[in-house]
Design a protein around this ligand. Structure first.
Ligand code: ADP
Ligand code: MG
Length: 314
């Protein structure tokens, strides 16, 4: 058992430095040196136990996911990750739990070269709030308000694995590791996001379900969208477990942390080349149209009514 300052020292002892961190953990504030001439993108996301992850989630995965969802927001902006802070609320000071949580957090941080430069450690219900910063060249960030009628709509990776795993966990059923890992250890599309600068028009990360998140692009851009449900990319593991409407519901439920972006059809070759060079599946799932709202079509082109995704106070 440790006190607050021992817990902080345990974290501070393990972070890797970056040359642009003038002063990291240990003072009242961190001192950071952004590259001259770049714009700073800042994102924040909280994970609350039982709301954003099942109580049974391993400590290591809790740490990983807290950073992953924030890296996913930076990816959706096209930003290169640089620094982050972690505000941690713990019910009890538990060294073993904390070390495992920080293991997961720092393992993902190392992959993306993001430095942990500060945070806060308090007692309370288990909750993690991460703030992450990244850089973009001025005026190049990927925004929600840039879609145009006629754009293709693209989705990265596959959708629905995490929602399937969550359903199984909540119903106390076991679930294949490859599906469970998509719930517990999402892989933020940081390289894809940065590479989409200059190719994509609008972009968002899929946290609350592809239809709902695409709806945010439509509202911000003043356009509508048509999505073909049979085009939504599914992993082989999910396809083996669910089909038809059941699969489509899972694929629009959220927690995917993939990117949904729009691009001029003239950029199809560039999108394919990017998919090839990054080894990330990119699937054309629909098009942006004049008007409002997201229309959802089945394989026969008939409109389908489907719950849009997750809302905290919905
Ligand atoms: P203060 O009371 O001045 O806010 P704290 O005692 O909360 O300072 O924090 C001391 C130092 O440890 C600060 O640099 C803070 O950013 C860092 N810190 C505290 N908690 C965490 C954490 N969970 N992860 C990373 N850094 C932390
Ligand atoms: Mg202080």
């Amino acid at each position: 058992m440790s006190g607050e300052f021992d817990l902080i020292s345990r974290i501070a002892a393990r972070v890797s430095p970056r040359p642009d961190v003038v002063l990291g953990i240990g003072d009242d504030g961190a001192i950071l040196r952004p590259p001259a001439g770049s714009e700073l993108v800042i994102v924040t996301d909280t994970l609350n136990s039982s709301v954003h992850f099942p109580e049974s989630t391993a400590a290591r995965d809790v740490g990983w996911k807290a950073l992953a969802v924030n890296l996913s927001d930076l990816a959706a902006m096209g930003a290169a990750p640089a620094w982050c802070t972690l505000a941690l609320s713990l019910p009890a000071p538990d060294d073993v739990w904390l070390d495992a949580c920080i293991d997961g957090f720092l393992a993902l941080a190392a992959r993306h070269g993001i430095a942990l430069v500060g945070g806060d450690t308090t007692r309370g219900p288990l909750s993690l709030t991460v703030t992450a910063c990244g850089f973009v060249a001025p005026g190049t960030a990927l925004r929600r308000d840039a879609a145009k009628a006629g754009d293709d709509i693209w989705v990265s990776g596959t959708l629905g694995d995490a929602a399937f795993a969550l359903r199984e966990v909540l119903q106390h059923r076991s679930c294949a590791d490859e599906l469970r890992s998509r719930l517990d250890r999402p892989t933020p599309r940081c390289m894809l996001g940065q590479s989409l600068v200059g190719i994509a028009r609008a972009c968002i990360d899929i946290s609350d379900g592809v239809l709902q998140d695409l709806g945010h692009i439509c509202v911000a851009s003043g356009v509508g969208a048509e999505v073909r449900l049979d085009a939504l990319p599914a992993s082989a593991a999910l396809a083996a477990q669910a089909e038809g409407m059941e699969r489509w519901r899972l694929q629009s439920a959220g927690d995917d942390y993939e990117l949904c972006f729009t691009a001029d059809p003239a950029r199809r070759d560039a999108v394919s080349a990017l998919s090839e060079s990054l080894g990330v599946r990119l699937t054309h799932v629909g098009r942006i149209v004049a008007g409002v709202g997201v229309r959802v079509l089945d394989a026969d082109g008939l409109e389908v009514q489907l719950r849009r995704g997750y809302e905290h106070f919905g």
